[in-house]
Write a protein that binds this ligand. Sequence first.
Ligand code: DQA
Length: 143
Amino acid sequence: MSAHKILVLHGPNLNLLGTRQPEIYGHETLDDINNRLYEKAAVNGWEIACRQSNHEGELIDAIQAARTDGTDLIVINPAAYSHTSVAILDALNAYEGRVIEVHLSNIHKRETFRHHSYVSHRADGVIAGLGSRGYLLALDTLD
Ligand code: DQA
């Protein structure tokens, strides 16, 4: 078992999970998802922090902080910023650890404006369409 430090970042509107379009995003709340991630990390002896922000700059600040605080994995659901944010891509490009991009829904099955993600230009892996399991699977990429 190796020690890992993980940052999970949830982008805009994901604070509304559970009540936001549950037919697309499911009935679990963000706390439900984060609690499962905290449990999985605890079982494996990993350090984990889960953060959500509706603000692009706050997500960028969190990514920048991860460059120097020993974080070796960022799991990020950039939500709508996936499709718009060169700034988040640039921040991730300046981070040297592993990046896994997660989407609850299969963005490729939805409107065409969701098919492109700037973050995918940097992500080491992308998981889409598996609901909240995607976040747990992202942690499975750790040795
Ligand atoms: C999402 C997909 C995005 O297109 C959307 O803007 C979101 C959530 C997902 O998890 O499926 O807010 O990232």
